[in-house]
Design a binder for this molecule. Sequence first.
Ligand SMILES: Nc1ncnc2c1ncn2[C@@H]1O[C@H](COP(=O)(O)OP(=O)(O)O)[C@@H](O)[C@H]1O
Ligand SMILES: N[C@@H](CCOP(=O)(O)O)C(=O)O
Length: 295
Amino acid sequence: MKVLAPATIANFGPGFDVFGLCLAKPVDVIVFKESDEVTLEVEGFDVPSDPEKNVASISALALLKMLNVEVGFNMKLKKRIRPKSGLGSSGASAIGGALAVANVLGVRDKNLIIKAALEGEKAASGSAHGDNVVPALFGGFTILKSLHYLEVFKLDVDFELVVVLPEVEVSTRKARSVLPRDIPLGDAVKNLALASALISALKEGDLETVGRLLDDYLVIPYRKPLIPWFDKVRKAALESGAYGVSLSGSGPAMFALGEDLRNIGKSMVEAFESEGIRAEYFITKVGGGAKCSGV
Ligand SMILES: Nc1ncnc2c1ncn2[C@@H]1O[C@H](COP(=O)(O)OP(=O)(O)O)[C@@H](O)[C@H]1O
Ligand SMILES: N[C@@H](CCOP(=O)(O)O)C(=O)O
């Protein structure tokens, strides 16, 4: 059987560790077969091929352990989402591995699938944040209210956005290690206002307002040393007509909303290049979540 596991945009402006948007592309592909042994073959972007070290197989093994099922597997991972890109690369593989096992064993419990996928996320980034694995599984726009007992609110949104991916890496583990333990109350209030208003605008399908609300006072200010080009690229996007622009997950990828997405993407790529960083842009729709095919 085969699983297609999509890229995601975590945080989506003010929603650190809570908001997530599923993208229609790129996707990791996992081909999975039950077996007596545990093997992993990787093609595409360079990620570990040791089943104990790859997020996809770690999550698959975690679900088997939770279910007390003693069976092995041959897994082939076609790694299409660049690691350390801010596009939920590890989250996609984590959901893919867990969903493959769930599908083969007929498990439908999303709580369990997410729990297993979080084992993979923890191995990749040191923390079990759920704002990549949740939208990768549910599709659309997700609000992760609670992970301990899974509670997710989902908005079925449908729009296009532009994503810009520079040729630099930001490790999520590192980007989380620079965050302060405490934040000023005023900043928390500003984010609360932005996040609440953003959900209201999303529900109304008012993308222009959503764009205007893509700001953040909780994490991006502290991550600026890791993404020194951020303000310049953001300015280029806004000057070329973007409704709004932000960092995707912990970066380096950035995304923007607007009308002329091609023109916005080109301006952002040029801004990266003026900083000596090669970049590419792509336009994608919101995705519908991970899909399984075959038995
Ligand atoms: N299947 C996988 N997909 C992506 N990264 C993986 C995978 N397996 C292990 N890793 C490791 O996880 C780390 C990437 O995680 P992270 O920084 O969270 O990237 P991203 O933000 O793109 O998810 C890298 O060290 C990578 O080698
Ligand atoms: N909320 C997390 C999201 C990390 O997303 P990734 O795509 O960069 O792995 C964070 O901001 O740390």
